[in-house]
Design a protein around this ligand. Sequence first.
Ligand SMILES: Nc1ncnc2c1ncn2[C@@H]1O[C@H](COP(=O)(O)OP(=O)(O)OP(=O)(O)O)[C@@H](O)[C@H]1O
Ligand SMILES: [Mg+2]
Length: 277
Amino acid sequence: MEHIKSALKKAGVLDETNAPAAPVSNAEIKPPIKKVEIAAKSSDLEVPELRKIEIDPKHLERRRIVSKSMDDPNYIAFNLLRTRIRQAMSDNNWKSLAITSPTPGCGKTMVTLNLAFSLSRNPGLRTVVVDLDLRRPSVAPTLNIEPDRSIAQFLLGKAEAKDCFVQVDPNLVLGLNSGHTPASSELLQAPKMLELFEFIETTLSPEIILFDLPPMRSSDDALGFLPRIDTSLLVVASGTSTTAEVDECELHISELDKLLGIVLNKCEDTQSEDYYY
Ligand SMILES: Nc1ncnc2c1ncn2[C@@H]1O[C@H](COP(=O)(O)OP(=O)(O)OP(=O)(O)O)[C@@H](O)[C@H]1O
Ligand SMILES: [Mg+2]
């Protein structure tokens, strides 16, 4: 725990007084995870019954999703994150990764989608993203997609799983949500969730699944769901997240032994432009 705090302090997200640091513009992972590239499988995600959607790369960039077009050099930060995550997940034989944060707006969806596009650019690295923020879903709105059916509807028994997913790249499928679903915590722990996992595993057969979760301090949704997945990232935002919030979330996730690392987002770029290369 101490090494994470000292890394965050070094990076400027936390200071000794718990006051948040200044806002900034890029993302990196703390603490470091060993870096080794893993060979991907060779086949793409081929699910004929899924709706296919082409997303305008310019729209993605406007929403800070830079890992598809790679025109903005910040995509390199997500490649580094991708590689560290793949190494750790491969070492541990893990497949599912949740992304959460202490409070809203820290950049969970931005990190999840950038990571997803970065991962799925690897040939054969079949990647699935599932938006499990049932109270305030943001994957579909961020990408400007109108879902046919939502994951929440599936969990309520009102939709088929295949109608909640869209394919946006040869290797990338997204499970979407819309609207506001009350009693989301209970839904996330309901038996229907196992059916969702089963659908993902048998029909989509991904190499890696990313779950975009709600913030930890807004409800018990994330905490209740974490035992179901292999590991997680905690996204913290410079200028917003305080030491107390990070400590609290880190403690809860670590107690479940599900903390892979902390992603420091919105941190000031004090390095030269070449740093990311
Ligand atoms: N590194 C960054 N620099 C500047 N703005 C950012 C950065 N990361 C995210 N943002 C912006 O902050 C806002 C919140 O980001 P995002 O939606 O990814 O957060 P979130 O944690 O998913 O929020 P919520 O809890 O509401 O789902 C968005 O407008 C996003 O474009
Ligand atoms: Mg979000």
